[in-house]
Structures are given as C-alpha cells and as structure tokens.
Design a protein around this ligand. Structure first.
Ligand SMILES: C[S@@+](CC[C@H](N)C(=O)[O-])C[C@H]1O[C@@H](n2cnc3c(N)ncnc32)[C@H](O)[C@@H]1O
Ligand SMILES: O=C(O)C(=O)C[C@]1(C(=O)O)C=C[C@@H](O)C=C1
Length: 244
C-alpha cells in the first residue's frame, strides 16, 4: 500500500458531526486511518494472504467485498499460487474505487484483479473459493446482512472460505466498556486526541451498527457454513474464518 496523508479529519471541533461516509476526504487518509484505528489490521491483512494460499483453488474466483483501497486484494494477489484465478474487488464508494484501481495498476501480479463499483448486497458471487469481508459487513444495514452472507454461502464452492472481520459489541455492559476503553487507549497511543475519538464515534454511531459474535456465528451457520472459528481478536476487533 502506498503512503497516505495523516488522518486529521476529526481534529478540529465540528459544530455538527456528520455521519461517516467513505468519501474523497476519507480516501486521502484511509491507510493511515485504518492502521491507527483497527488493532491488528496489518496482521489481519497478512493472514488473509496466508489463507488465500491455502483456500484458493485453480480456476476459481476470489471476492474482496468492500475492498476500499485494495489492501486485501493486493496481499492475496502476491500470495496466491493457484492457477487461472481472478480476484474481484467490489466497493460502492466511487472515490475508493477510482483510487483502488490506481493502486492495483501500480503493482504487478500473476493473478488478474478487477475492481468494480457495486453494492455487495446484490452483487453476484459465482465459483468462489475465497471471499473476504474485512470490516465491511458492519456498514451494511443490519436487516440486509443475512442476505449478504447467504449470497456468499451460495456462491462459494464446497470447501471454500469466507474471512469475516468486524468490530464487535457485547450484551455484557461491563465487558463492552472494558473493550471500548482499551480500544480508545489504542487510538490515543496512535496519536488521536480525545476530541478526534469522540467526534469519530459520533460520526459512526448511526452508520456502523456492530453485531455480537454470537449473532455472526449463528448467521453463518444458518447460511450453510460447516466450520466457523474466530482466529483473531484484539480488544473489540476480531476476525472469523467460515468454511463451506
Ligand atoms: C472499513 S472499509 C473496508 C476496509 C478494507 N476491506 C480493507 O481491508 O482495507 C469498508 C468499505 O466498505 C465499503 N462499503 C460499505 N457499504 C458497501 C456496500 N453496500 N457495497 C459495497 N461496498 C460497501 C465502503 O465504501 C468502504 O470502502
Ligand atoms: O471504531 C473506530 O474508531 C474505527 O475507526 C473503526 C473503523 C472500522 O472498523 O472500519 C471505522 C471506520 C474506518 O474505516 C476505520 C476503522
């Protein structure tokens, strides 16, 4: 991933904090924002690459849903050894898709990668050996999440894998507060001020509605995934692998 500007989007006091969107301003700072906001982000990207070596089969498709600037796509493209595959990255932000195409074109790779502007709620998934939802499902309207997961399960080949990374919520308020405090300390340690943390939280309040881990696992099992396991958690961020 190329270097990006420092994220200063929430550094000045705003009279009214607008709902968070993945617009051109966010695109400019996105790599800096996500690596300073999501604990373990680089580990997760590296592990997605490792999983792609294991799960991607010859003559199949790989989908990176909500691909943003293509971090997972680029990591998988470097790692995949299977033949005659293609990666399809999908995002519904025009600004992200434009910049992502530049990133993808800047790096060469054996496996072709196509970046498409589209909505993952109704995007066709076919002949897939691996699908990545890396911090994307949490931005989908809750009542549409089942449809997204079912669509992925139907498009995956038997033995294919979905990697699902999300921020979690928990019904235990004491644990919720503990994990939130640890995450905010992580952001402070990465240079975000209390004002930035508070304003970002307000901006995300209505657009990023997090599920419990139990809700996710039940949804995956109901969709027909046979094996589901968390493989990573740091504070309130985690990642699961689900195998069909
Ligand atoms: C937190 S970012 C994902 C980060 C990225 N997967 C990575 O690993 O760097 C969430 C992305 O999902 C995209 N997104 C949100 N809703 C979407 C939808 N309905 N269809 C397609 N993309 C969507 C946003 O535009 C944004 O780029
Ligand atoms: O909870 C936060 O503060 C976050 O910033 C989380 C999160 C995410 O999980 O995707 C939200 C939006 C940005 O894209 C980067 C990170």
């Amino acid at each position: 991933m190329t270097r990006s500007e420092t994220d200063l989007i929430f550094s000045n006091k705003q009279s009214k904090v607008k709902d968070f969107t993945f617009d051109a301003q966010v695109v400019e700072v996105f790599p800096d924002m996500i690596s300073r906001s999501v604990p373990g982000y680089n580990t997760i990207i590296e592990t997605i690459a490792q999983l792609s070596q294991q799960y991607v089969s010859n003559n199949s498709n790989i989908y990176d849903l909500g691909c943003s600037l293509g971090a997972a796509t680029l990591a998988m493209r470097k790692a995949i050894t299977a033949q005659n595959c293609q990666i399809i990255g999908v995002d519904n932000s025009t600004a992200m898709v434009e910049r992502c195409k530049m990133h993808i074109n800047a790096f060469k790779g054996e496996t072709p990668a196509e970046i498409v502007e589209g909505n993952i709620v109704d995007y066709p998934i076919h002949n897939a050996s691996m699908v990545v939802l890396n911090f994307t499902l949490q931005f989908i309207e809750p009542n549409l999440r089942e449809q997204v997961i079912n669509n992925i399960a139907n498009g995956l080949l038997p033995g294919g894998a979905l990697v699902l990374s999300e921020k979690l919520s928990t019904d235990d308020q004491t644990c919720q507060n503990l994990l939130t405090d640890l995450h905010h300390n992580f952001k402070r340690a990465n240079g975000y001020s209390d004002l930035e943390i508070a304003q970002k939280r307000t901006a995300l309040e209505k657009v990023m509605l997090t599920d419990t881990v139990d809700t996710q696992i039940t949804r995956l099992k109901n969709a027909g995934f046979t094996h589901v396991t968390p493989w990573f958690q740091c504070f309130n961020f985690y990642s699961l692998v689900a195998i069909k």
